[in-house]
Design a protein around this ligand. Structure first.
Ligand code: ZN
Ligand code: MN
Length: 487
């Protein structure tokens, strides 16, 4: 969810920012894009490699059709048109982790073009971020620079399939940038095309930022922020970069066109390398790969397989479960969380209560422990049972908190915990009445005070009852009986 924050631009009302974002998404296919090597992260260096992904002379790449499926899927989910005839191109540059000395990518004919993503920008407000293109390409390997002064090359990543998703420069603040990235991140995870793990680099954002005075007609010089691996840091880096560029312009100097990195400890960006106008990559159509033709049937088939998307789920959660836009927004921000909620709600038949418990207690605990919803020690089944016991009146809400804590600690079912800890609420009127009459008899002074108009003593009596029942009295019945006997 977007938390509206104060924008750094509020401090400089005469300036505006122009931001465009390129995201590289690693696709979750079993094998690499042009060979049969396993596409997996974290294995021993240079074990998932062959002559093709190492670029030996004389080898020929063969396109993995799953990559095309995933590209079409992502294109359809972002309202793109699908290019039914596209080509692969060679992008030439030298880098030790790129043994062919060119990257296979798409140049003039991206597989998807047009399209847009809608982002929330405030209470009931949205903005459309237009996409320029989505194209297919291969990832490079990885250089590992040792502090001892030498470098190693791991080619396991070489040939990992990527989608590069490029926006128009439609984004105008750090909030919007973060909101777009979170939306896109949730989308590729919903589609199941990527695990989009930012720390492992399977969802990488490059952010181009420039600023200008609102009265200027020409765009400012842009700097590119690279390799930032969390939404929070991206937001901080953009805010910093906007203010840095404004400072340069206000001092009458020129912003340099360069790539910059974010130092999350010192909270500042720093220059990594200058970047002239698009280096000459000598793109040309790769003669080793045929034209990629996608017929209508292929697109139809993928369209039929599209799962429910975050936006659709958001609308359905509000109508089907009567949740607020905020509640539905949080619950659908992640597919696993949405599933957790629906499983719980279906078992306990109390969607509103399920939403309350998940948003407040479950997410509160997971956040504190830095756990994902899939790592929750409480299953939807157990949470639903707890909600059921509370709703039936077997336990009161204080005892429910005790049960919740014990479910986390022991993983036991709520019914077992209620039995073992003797938490059943005392709901019998006769039993409670006996206790209440005794308390009234023992506290004549407070009874007098209450009867002469001091309403605040009422909480004293409720407290006494809870104490006498060791927290297990049904508060509703206690209140009714107290009102009756104190009157
Ligand atoms: Zn290979
Ligand atoms: Mn790229």
């Amino acid at each position: 969810m977007t938390q509206p924050t104060q924008s750094i631009l509020d401090k400089y009302p005469e300036f505006e920012a122009t931001i465009g974002i390129e995201v590289h998404v690693q696709l979750k296919t079993n094998t690499k894009i042009f060979c049969g090597c396993p596409n997996s992260f974290g294995d021993k260096p240079n074990t998932n490699i062959c002559q093709i992904c190492c670029g030996y002379p004389g080898t020929l790449p063969v396109l993995n059709s799953k990559v095309v499926d995933y590209a079409i899927m992502t294109g359809l989910a972002t309202n793109c048109s699908i290019n039914q005839s596209s080509y692969f191109a060679r992008k030439h540059y030298f880098y030790p982790d790129l043994p062919k000395n060119y990257q296979i990518t798409q140049d003039k004919t991206p597989i998807c073009f047009g399209g847009h993503v809608t982002i929330p920008t405030g209470e009931n407000q949205t903005k459309t971020i237009n996409l320029m293109r989505i194209h297919i390409e291969e990832d490079a390997g990885k250089n590992i620079h040792s502090p001892a002064g030498y470098s190693l090359v791991d080619l396991n990543r070489a040939g990992t399939p990527l989608l590069e998703i490029v926006t128009h420069p439609d984004i105008s603040s750090a909030d919007e940038a973060r909101s777009y990235l979170m939306q896109l991140h949730a989308l590729v995870r919903y589609l199941g095309v990527s695990d989009a793990n930012m720390e492992q680099g399977s969802f990488r954002a490059d952010v181009n930022i420039s600023i200008k005075k609102k009265t200027d007609t020409q765009l400012g010089t842009r700097a590119e922020l690279k390799n930032i691996n969390s939404f929070k840091f991206i937001h901080q880096a953009i805010e910093y970069e906007i203010e840095r560029q404004i400072g340069i312009v206000q001092a009458g100097e020129k912003v340099a066109q360069e790539t910059r990195l974010w130092d999350s400890k010192q909270h500042k960006t720093y220059g990594m390398r200058g970047k002239g106008d698009a280096a000459d990559y000598r793109y040309f159509v790769d003669p080793d790969l045929p034209e990629l033709i996608i017929d209508d049937e292929w697109i139809d088939e993928i369209e039929k397989k599209l799962p429910e998307l975050p936006q659709q789920k958001l609308v359905r959660f509000q109508s089907e479960y009567k949740l607020t836009a905020y509640e539905a927004g949080v619950l659908t921000s992640d597919k696993d969380l949405a599933d957790y909620f629906e499983n719980t709600a279906q078992i306990c038949k109390q969607p509103k209560l399920a939403s309350n418990w998940i948003l407040r207690d479950v997410l509160g605990y997971l956040k504190e422990q830095k756990l994902a919803i899939t790592e929750s020690p409480i299953s939807p089944q157990h949470l639903a049972e707890l909600i059921g016991e509370l709703d039936k009146g077997t336990i009161n809400s204080k005892a429910a908190q005790t049960v919740f804590a014990e479910m986390i600690a022991s993983g036991k079912a709520p019914a077992v915990i209620i039995e073992e800890k003797d938490l059943k609420q005392i709901g019998s009127e006769a039993e409670l009445e006996k206790i209440i009459l005794e308390i009234i008899e023992n506290n004549p002074d407070n009874v007098e005070k209450y009867r002469s108009g001091n309403d605040r003593v009422f909480t004293f009596f409720v407290g006494q009852c809870m104490k006498a029942t060791r927290g297990k009295g049904n508060p509703k019945i206690i209140t009714q009986l107290l009102k009756k006997h104190l009157a």
